[in-house]
Design a protein around this ligand. Structure first.
Ligand code: E4P
Length: 223
């Protein structure tokens, strides 16, 4: 299972990379706009701090321009994957990009049908929006589970990358469904760490050890 961080915040990317769990970073136009950097600078900066792909979405709405942007992004860093929205123009652009060997996949995905078209198109990934599906009155996790089942049945190689994850309950349900990959905000990833019983347990061990200091500084006991 691959785990991506959905942000352009370099400090948070560095902090989470230190935990050793990051496989790359996803962005979208709203995330990049929030940095007030040029698109290129935002992607280049992320690529410098993360070990893994940077996902960058095309802005254009027509196929020719989507293809041009996705090709151009390849010049910005060594491992950029173009995100192409699941529109008619997007599927056409994806087909041309894949034929040309440009890494690209399908994003802003809201239905099983779109996920099937993406896989038939050899998308490198497909990103269903779990939280936004829930907002729209659907069941995001269940939609992803159905996609995963269909992908497994046909042996599609497209990575099923669950996006728009709002909390750890959704994340855990996605892990249970065996999803290929997840992308989440630093806040949702951060929420994976603490547990009150862990804090309580650590405090108990600290109290038991008292003021003995580091085991490395203890005087040797030859007996
Ligand atoms: C995926 O790569 C998107 O950037 C993202 O997960 C969108 O999620 P949102 O619903 O939080 O905007």
């Amino acid at each position: 299972m691959r785990l991506y961080l959905d942000t352009a915040d370099l400090g948070q990317i560095r902090e989470m990379a230190r935990l050793g769990v990051l496989d790359g970073v996803t962005t979208n136009p709203a995330i990049v706009a929030g940095t007030e950097k040029s698109y290129r600078n935002a992607v280049e900066d992320i690529a410098e701090v993360v070990d893994g792909p940077v996902f960058a979405q095309v802005i254009a709405a027509d196929a020719d321009e989507m293809v041009r942007e996705a090709r151009g992004y390849q010049e910005w860093a060594a491992d950029v994957v173009a995100k192409i929205p699941a529109t008619r123009a997007g599927f056409e652009a994806l087909s041309r990009l894949r034929t040309g060997g440009i890494p690209a996949g399908t994003t802003v995905v809201f239905s099983v049908e779109q996920a099937v078209l993406a896989a038939k198109n050899d998308a490198s990934f497909v990103a269903p929006y779990v939280g936004r599906l829930d907002d729209a009155g659907s069941d995001g996790v269940e939609t992803v589970r159905r996609m995963q089942e269909i992908y497994d049945t046909y042996g599609f190689e497209t990575e099923l990358l669950a996006a728009s994850i709002r909390n750890t309950t959704q994340a855990v349900a996605l892990y249970e469904a065996g999803v290929d990959a997840v992308t989440m905000s630093p806040e949702v990833l951060e929420a994976h760490i603490p547990h009150p019983k862990t804090d309580e347990g650590v405090a108990g061990f600290e109290a038991a050890w008292g003021d003995r200091g580091s085991p490395l500084d203890e005087r040797g006991d030859s007996s």
